[in-house]
Design a protein around this ligand. Structure first.
Ligand code: FES
Length: 147
């Protein structure tokens, strides 16, 4: 196969280090073909796969959460819109939960978060004598902790 991207071209376009692309290869995120000389060659859809991983990781998804979805995409063929729609549906619920936790944090950050510090006036109201500690460790008034 004389066509396809070299690992250097893929690294340039995605901004990833070559070592990172090789790492993702070991997790079957991308599966290059080999040309006659035995060199790795990547398809343009691999740019989107890696870009998806980068975006999802920025949102706090781990590779172990991302990889199973990408492994369902067809090998060596550009995934269709339907393929990506299926994946985005799987992530939508998780993303919505993260949005809700972020909004909750934004809205409650200047009030009592139920962490046990008892340092704000509102703690007397929302966490008198640290009653929240019986629910477990961490800021118990925040969705991020309780969901
Ligand atoms: S903010 Fe820490 S207990 Fe209220």
């Amino acid at each position: 196969m004389s066509q396809g991207l070299t690992i250097g071209e893929l690294a340039d376009r995605t901004g990833l280090a070559v070592s990172a692309i090789r790492f993702y290869e070991t997790h079957d995120i991308v599966k290059p073909l080999r040309n006659k000389g035995g060199h790795r060659r990547y398809g343009r859809p691999d740019i989107r796969r890696l870009s998806f991983v980068m975006a999802a990781q920025k949102l706090g998804f781990s590779l172990s959460e991302i990889a199973p979805h990408l492994r369902r995409l067809p090998d060596h063929k550009a995934p269709s819109k339907a393929d990506w729609t299926r994946i985005s549906k799987a992530f939508r619920q998780d993303i919505d939960a993260r949005i809700a936790a972020l909004e909750d944090l934004r809205d409650k950050l200047d009030g009592c978060i139920g962490c046990g510090c008892l340092s704000l006036k509102s703690c007397a109201l929302y966490n008198p004598a640290d009653v929240k500690s019986v629910e477990g460790p961490g800021p118990r008034n925040l969705k991020a902790t309780t969901t």
